[in-house]
Design a binder for this molecule. Structure first.
Ligand code: IMP
Ligand code: MG
Length: 182
């Protein structure tokens, strides 16, 4: 589906807004405040997970009121399909040295939980001072092994969503809100 087909589908009510721009920004403000308090007197490094997490990362760090650093990692778990291939491929690694650092992984969405398990194990092996996860969206019912996520924006039902960084076949990331296919 390309953008004009998407607009037609929205018009025909097949897509609906799950989270509006205002919902998202309000919640990010709360997350930023919580992180600022929890990491007071520390200088955490936020690691954004590309591609989907870049918009959330950009908005989140601007709501955090302490000194921080950033880096990015890119992994892929989804081909062009709507469901996980079950395999994680590392496509771009971080550059930062994270030993003894306070690390916060920034994810767009946790679906099966495979990606975040992969990232946690990888970063843990470098010996960080602490390792936390913040995700904008969490499909909680989908995650097989109960995993502990430190900061969750919204728990959502198991539907495929697009917009605000999240793609379908690499497009629709630039939609300002999060939409779900009915
Ligand atoms: P997991 O490894 O199954 O938790 O998958 C996480 C990754 O799959 C996310 O970082 C997204 O890039 C992608 N993903 C999962 N669910 C969706 C969705 O509903 N829409 C778009 N991308 C998704
Ligand atoms: Mg992702």
């Amino acid at each position: 589906m390309n953008r004009s087909e998407f607009e037609k589908t929205v018009y025909e009510n097949k897509f609906r807004v799950l989270l509006s721009q205002a919902d998202i920004q309000d919640r990010i403000g709360e997350l930023g405040k919580a992180i600022s308090e929890d990491y007071r007197d520390k200088q955490p490094i936020f690691i954004g997970v590309l591609n989907g997490g870049f918009i959330f990362m950009a908005d989140l760090i601007r709501r955090v009121e302490i000194d921080l650093e950033i880096d990015f990692i890119r992994i892929s778990s989804y081909g062009d399909q709507k469901k996980s291939s079950g395999k994680i491929r590392l496509e771009k690694d971080i550059n930062a040295e994270i030993k003894d650092r306070h690390v916060i992984i920034v994810e767009d969405i946790i679906d099966t939980g495979l990606s975040i398990q992969f990232l946690r194990e990888r970063f843990q092996s470098y010996g960080p001072a602490s390792l936390a996860v913040v995700t904008l969206l969490y499909k909680k019912e989908k995650v097989r092994n109960e995993i502990n996520i430190d900061y969750v924006g919204f728990t959502i039902p198991d539907h495929f969503v697009v917009g605000y960084g999240l793609d379908h076949k690499q497009i629709l990331r630039n939609l300002p809100a999060v939409y779900v296919l009915e």
